[in-house]
Design a protein around this ligand. Structure first.
Ligand code: ATP
Ligand code: MG
Length: 164
């Protein structure tokens, strides 16, 4: 990936704005929750956008009518964590390890009328891996899911650099 220092908050706002119309069609309450300042991260903007869009698309698609989606970011000592939380159908514990596999779709989803190829999360996982980050998942069936992207913060001494 071509890594550039980017304004993560701008990128998150863009992804949020892009997901809004689809959420509104399902009367889903979308929220954006960003800290006042967010550390710099070195990412490939286009690839990262694909990963984020896939998570947001899923959060709407596997949600209930009138549900909630929250996109948020928190900053830890060494990491920036971006979380997409939904109040949707959730993922059974037995499926949770597999959802990042190529072509994997949870059993009921072919019958549920939610189309898909089982590639969105595979791609997101690959993209985040290329950035030396990781994606974690917490979910309970019938209650919702939270996917978190963990990215390493840039060392402060490198923050002035524009191209890494
Ligand atoms: P596409 O290739 O269009 O993204 P997809 O949405 O089926 O198709 P993935 O995004 O890779 O594929 O997701 C894989 C499977 O994981 C889905 O089929 C669904 O069963 C489950 N899943 C993914 N995100 C969620 C979510 N937020 N809530 C519940 N289940 C989810
Ligand atoms: Mg998907």
């Amino acid at each position: 990936p071509e890594r550039n220092r980017v304004r993560l908050d701008d990128l998150l706002r863009d992804a949020y704005d892009q997901a809004l119309p689809r959420a509104q069609m399902k009367a889903i309450d979308m929220q954006l929750n960003l800290p006042r300042e967010l550390a710099a991260v070195a990412i490939d903007k286009d690839m990262f956008r694909v990963a984020l869009n896939n998570l947001l698309t899923n959060a709407v698609k596997y949600n209930i009518e009138g549900g909630t989606v929250v996109l948020s970011a928190q900053e830890g000592e060494h990491e920036v964590v971006i979380t997409v939380r939904d109040s949707g159908i959730g993922i059974a514990p037995a499926d949770q390890a597999q959802v990042f596999e190529k072509f994997y779709r949870a059993k009921d989803d072919d019958a549920s009328g939610r189309g898909g190829h089982g590639l969105g999360l595979y791609l997101a996982g690959q993209i985040i891996e290329l950035h030396h980050g990781r994606i974690t998942l917490e979910s309970s069936p019938g209650r919702g899911s939270a996917f978190s992207i963990h990215l390493k913060k840039m060392p402060a001494m490198l923050e002035g650099m524009t191209n890494l």
